[in-house]
Design a binder for this molecule. Structure first.
Ligand code: HEC
Ligand code: HEC
Length: 345
C-alpha cells in the first residue's frame, strides 16, 4: 500500500485500495514523496534511501525504551505524535530518572528540509543526530554499545535489521540510518492552509485570510516560505533575566551569536506548545503579546524586530493578533497527527 502523507483523503483511499495481505500482517509500501508545493529536500537520500523495511525498523527503534539506560524512555516519550512529535505539556523536556533538560522539545517534522538540528544548530547531519539523545545524561543516558548489545539480544531485531539492510548485523551506522528513515517520513504538508494553497480544500475563514496577510507582512521575513522558517539563527528579543542559555554562541563561540536560536517552523504550532526554546509561553496569545509589547532590547536583537523609531517589537493591534492566531491554526495537519503509520505499533 502506498504511503503518501500529504494526499489526505485521496491518499487514505489509495492506501486502502492497494492493501496487500502477507500472512495476516499488512505490507506497507513506504516511499518518500516530496509534496508538490515544497522545495527540494536537502537530505542526501542517495546515502540512505527510505525503504519500507528501513522505515519499519526505524519506527520500532523510535518507540523502544531499550535505547535508554533503564529501558523506560523512548524517543517517542518526548516526541509524541499527538503533539506533532513534541513533548506535550512540558516546557523543558523530562528524561530519565525524571530529570529535567534545559530546552523545549521541537517537533520531529519535515527534517528532510533541515540541515542543522537542535535549537542552536549543534548537529549538522541527521544520520548522526540520534547519538545525542541516546547518550545525553538527562535524556536517555545510555552507551551506544550497550544499546547495540540489548538489540542483538532481543529476538525481534536481527530479522528487522536483516530485512532493512540485507544481513542481521546490528551496527551503529544501521541504527542511525533506520532512525533517520522513520524521521524523514514525518512529513507535514496537508493542513487546511496547504489544501487552500493547492486548491484542494475550502477557502480559509475571513479572519485567517486577514491573519495570513498580516503574517506575511510582519512575521514571514523569518518564518518564511512553505516551511515557515528560513532556518537562520536570530535573537528575537526574549527576556534573558531568568534564562541565560547562550544558544548559537555555544556552538560557534562567537559572542555575536549570543542568545540566537533557530527560527522554528510554525507548522502545527497550535499543537506544539509551550513555545520558545525554553517553553516559556504556554499559548499563542502570550507569544503574540510578547512580540507586540514584551520584547527586551539587546545589543544583537534582530534588526527586523525594531520599529522605525528603533524601539523593539512589532506593531500589532488586538484584532491583528487574533487574526494571526486564526491563521496559525490553519497550519495544523490532522493527517500528520493521526497517521497510523507514524504511530507506535
Ligand atoms: C528526554 C526527552 C527527549 C528524548 C528521550 C529524545 N528527545 Fe529529541 N529532543 C529533545 C529536546 C529537548 C530537543 C531540543 C534540544 C536542543 O535543541 O538543545 C530535541 C531535539 C530533537 C531533534 C532536533 C529537531 C530540530 O528541529 O532541530 C530531533 C531530530 C530529535 N530530538 C530526535 C530524537 C530521537 C531520534 C530520539 C531518540 C533516539 C530523541 N529525540 C529522544 C527531547 C528528547
Ligand atoms: C527576526 C525574526 C523573527 C520574526 C520577524 C518573527 N519571529 Fe517568531 N521566532 C523567531 C525566533 C528566532 C524564534 C525562536 C526563539 C527562541 O526560542 O529563543 C521564534 C519563535 C516563535 C514562536 C515559537 C514557536 C515554537 O515552536 O516554540 C512563535 C509561535 C512565533 N515565533 C511566531 C511569530 C509571529 C506570529 C511573528 C510575527 C508577529 C513572528 N514570530 C516574527 C524569529 C522571528
Amino acid at each position: 500500500m502506498k504511503f503518501r502523507l500529504y494526499l489526505g483523503v485521496v491518499g487514505a483511499l489509495l492506501l486502502m485500495a492497494s492493501c496487500k495481505d502477507n500472512g495476516g500482517s499488512e505490507v506497507v509500501d513506504v516511499q518518500f514523496v516530496k509534496p508538490s508545493h515544497f522545495p527540494e529536500p536537502v537530505y542526501n537520500f542517495a546515502e540512505n534511501e527510505v525503504t519500507t523495511e528501513g522505515f519499519v525498523l526505524g519506527r520500532t527503534l523510535f518507540y523502544d525504551g531499550k535505547l535508554s539506560r533503564d529501558n523506560s524512555i523512548s524517543c517517542g516519550s518526548c516526541h509524541q505524535q499527538s503533539a506533532a512529535f513534541t513533548h506535550h505539556g512540558h516546557d523543558l523536556s523530562h528524561g530519565i530518572d525524571d530529570q529535567l533538560g534545559s530546552r523545549n522539545a521541537p517537533p520531529v517534522m519535515n527534517l528532510a528540509w533541515q540541515s542543522t538540528f537542535f535549537w542552536d544548530g549543534g548537529v549538522h547531519d541527521l544520520d548522526l543526530f540520534s547519538l545525542a539523545p541516546i547518550e545525553n545524561p538527562v535524556e536517555m543516558d545510555e552507551k551506544l554499545d550497550v544499546v547495540l548489545e540489548k538489540l542483538r539480544n532481543d529476538p525481534r531485531y536481527p530479522p528487522l535489521f536483516n530485512a532493512a539492510f540485507g544481513t542481521p548485523e546490528i551496527s551503529t551506522g544501521r541504527l542511525l540510518k533506520a532512525l533517520s528513515q522513520f524521521m524523514l517520513m514525518c512529513v507535514s504538508a496537508d493542513s487546511d492552509y496547504d489544501r487552500m494553497l493547492l486548491g484542494t480544500g475550502p477557502d480559509l475563514s475571513t479572519e485567517a485570510m486577514a491573519g495570513m496577510e498580516t503574517f506575511n507582512q510582519k512575521c514571514a521575513s523569518c518564518h518564511s516560505g512553505v516551511l515557515f522558517t528560513d532556518y537562520s539563527f536570530r535573537n528575537n528579543g526574549l527576556n534573558r533575566a531568568f534564562n541565560q542559555d547562550a544558544g548559537r554562541e555555544r556552538i560557534t563561540l562567537n559572542p555575536e551569536d549570543r542568545f540566537k536560536f533557530k527560527v522554528p517552523s510554525l507548522r502545527n504550532v497550535a499543537r506544539t506548545g509551550p513555545y520558545m526554546h525554553d517553553g516559556r509561553y504556554y499559548n499563542l496569545e502570550a507569544v503574540l503579546n510578547y512580540y507586540a509589547s514584551g520584547m527586551v532590547d539587546q545589543e544583537n536583537l534582530d534588526p527586523l524586530l525594531r520599529k522605525s523609531d528603533g524601539t523593539p517589537g512589532i506593531d500589532l493591534s488586538a484584532n491583528e493578533k487574533e487574526n494571526i492566531i486564526a491563521f496559525l491554526k490553519t497550519l495544523s495537519d490532522e493527517q500528520f497527527i493521526r497517521n497510523p503509520e507514524l504511530a507506535e505499533q
